[in-house]
Design a protein around this ligand. Structure first.
Ligand SMILES: Nc1ncnc2c1ncn2[C@@H]1O[C@H](COP(=O)(O)OP(=O)(O)O)[C@@H](O)[C@H]1O
Ligand SMILES: [Mg+2]
Length: 302
């Protein structure tokens, strides 16, 4: 009873938390001191759609302040569901978190609305680059500032900052979003999220349907924002090799469970990861993704 109740002390007892949290992954399993504070802690969450479809079966993950954490796994693994659970976007999909807890800076957030979460600095960029087709790039960006209460000059300053990170958006500021490229639309979606001045961004499949060179450009900017603005990222990606090149840490989801987690460098070297996620299978997934995003883009432009 003499010990203070720390997360280290309680975590192993919680359901579904079968893997080690981020900073305690040490050689030989020896816990190391956490150099970074925990910003987001997801503990053993279960998510059910339509009251019956169990999709997440006890998922736990930790995102440190200032980190880039990748949530990896094939199509249907539950990545989007996990992000929706964190940003409380499940209700619109008839889904609900039925077990476990989600904490942002130690505060329970499961009951908070998406806009209350934006106020606390957490925002999600949804899969499929949702931009308003008929608005210009700049108008799209400005919609991201609607929750701000710190006045026009501060918003204008953020807009300039977004343009500094995404020079392509500045060039295209007066173009209607519908007529910009897939890469520009993804940048616009990320830029719009940044207009809310977030401390943490949940990014869902930013690479989807984009050419490798553009994916590199987008991820490079994400890394830059992380390093220079200290924006924390939780990144859902099927593109394992790309995500592990930019993330610090990764969790691999399969069928609604975390099956492996570790530092990005160690996952890249892991034989199973190489075989299942960095190997031949990647080509199939890529073409599938392209088909999917083509359909989505068609719908979006319709
Ligand atoms: N709104 C929904 N209603 C019912 N099932 C859903 C819904 N959204 C996703 N699912 C199911 O949940 C599983 C995980 O989906 P998802 O979280 O989108 O995975 P990922 O993002 O990893 O591809 C899939 O089997 C999918 O069919
Ligand atoms: Mg998804």
């Amino acid at each position: 009873m003499a010990t203070t109740p720390s997360r280290d002390a309680v975590e192993p007892a919680l359901p579904g938390h079968s893997h080690r949290p981020l900073a305690s992954e040490g050689v030989g399993g020896a816990p190391q001191a956490r150099s970074l504070g925990e910003l987001l802690v997801v503990n053993g969450i279960e998510v059910i759609y339509n009251h019956v479809i169990l999709v997440l079966k006890g998922v736990s993950l930790t995102v440190p302040e200032g980190g880039i954490v990748a949530l990896l796994g094939g199509n249907g693994a539950g990545k989007t569901t996990a992000l929706r659970a964190v940003s409380n976007l499940l209700a619109g999909e008839r889904g609900a978190v039925t077990k476990g807890t989600i904490e942002l800076r130690g505060e329970r957030i499961e009951a908070l609305s998406p806009s209350a979460l934006v106020q606390r600095g957490l925002i999600q960029v949804m899969e499929g680059r949702h931009c308003f087709a008929h608005l210009t790039i700049e108008e799209n960006l400005m919609t991201g500032a609607y929750t701000r209460k710190d006045g026009k000059p501060a918003v204008a300053e953020t807009l300039e900052k977004v343009y500094a990170y995404f020079p392509r958006l500045k060039t295209r500021r007066t173009s209607q979003a519908a007529y910009t490229s897939g890469g520009e639309q993804q940048m616009c979606a990320i830029g719009r999220a940044l207009m809310a001045n977030p401390s943490m961004v949940l990014l869902d499949e930013p690479s989807m349907g984009l050419a490798p060179q553009i994916v590199d450009e987008v991820f490079g900017i994400v890394k830059d924002l992380n390093e220079k603005e200290r924006v924390t990222f939780l990144l859902a990606e099927q593109n394992t090799s790309m995500a592990l090149r930019y993330a610090d840490y990764g969790y691999i989801l399969e069928n609604g469970r975390v099956v492996m987690d570790g530092a990005a460098a160690s996952l890249r070297e892991n034989e199973d990861v190489k075989e299942f996620y960095l190997g031949v299978g990647g080509a199939d997934r890529k073409s599938f993704r392209e088909v999917k995003s083509y359909r989505r883009r068609k719908r979006w432009l319709a």
